[in-house]
Design a protein around this ligand. Sequence first.
Ligand code: ATP
Length: 319
Amino acid sequence: MIQLYIPLNFLGVIYREIKQSLTDLDKMFVLMEKEREVRDAPDAKPLNLHLLPRAGEGRGEGTSPDATVRFEDVSFAYEPSRPILKHVSFEIPAGKTVAVVGPSGSGKSTLARLMYRFYDVGVGSPGAGGGRITIGGQDIRSVTQASVRQAIGIVPQDTVLFNDTVEYNIAYGRPGSTHEEVVAAAKAARIHDFIAATPKGYATPVGERGLKLSGGEKQRVAIARTLLKDPPILIFDEATSALDSANERAIQAELQSAARNKTTLVIAHRLSTVVDAHEILVLEGGVIVERGTHAGLLAQDGRYARMWSMQQVEAAPVL
Ligand code: ATP
């Protein structure tokens, strides 16, 4: 009852304080579409990433979080009448990279959305499917959404930046970061020189009323943000938009170094990105139709091998 009597002028002060955060949150909700439908279980606890000895290290030395991700017989539909994922099972062992390739609309980004809990499998609507996704052996629906997101860094296809400074946009990866940490992340993502060359540097506003960044520059800001966050799990949704090929190769190199020793899901549109993956999944119509390493899939001489030879032809220099 006492809350009802909080003076209105005090509410005015907090209103102004939180207005900016709400604007940002609203943008996040738009991004996350059905975000508000994902609810934590009443008894949800934070995700617990137990430390495991790292393979190949000396006794008692070198541990890494058990950030193994498993999709176990996952089926999912946004609308009950239209199944999108059908009985999808795979594992990303801790520290390894699994890549997903396949035609547009086959459900690749949906895997990423489920892993980040934009949607929950089997919760909310009768068509939401079944199966489960675990991280470190824990069903992600049974732990808090915030702790799942804390453990995962996403570099999405189209990064939406906040109408704020470059500094804010990078530091968002880890609130409370120092300026030096922000600069170090920007350097690692190779966006520092570009920022430093602008008249206001890191204080330059970006977005509609500020500096307009290209698709590649925005992705670099997202990479810097993710490097700063330094999560054990990464999701890269490779941009479909045409970056020039030098830019594209550079971004791939930065992504690869960011993914070192992290549990990584790569949604790839260019097969050159996936060659070194621990496992490649070929998704078609929501079903894994082929899986294996690059060499194994080429030897199978199936869909992946055909996609590979088509991309080689496309990538060949035009004489
Ligand atoms: P692309 O390579 O073009 O990015 P994708 O393989 O990542 O495609 P998804 O984005 O996972 O495909 O979409 C799979 C299917 O789900 C598509 O047919 C898409 O239209 C549908 N879909 C995606 N989001 C929603 C949504 N919020 N509501 C309803 N259907 C959706």
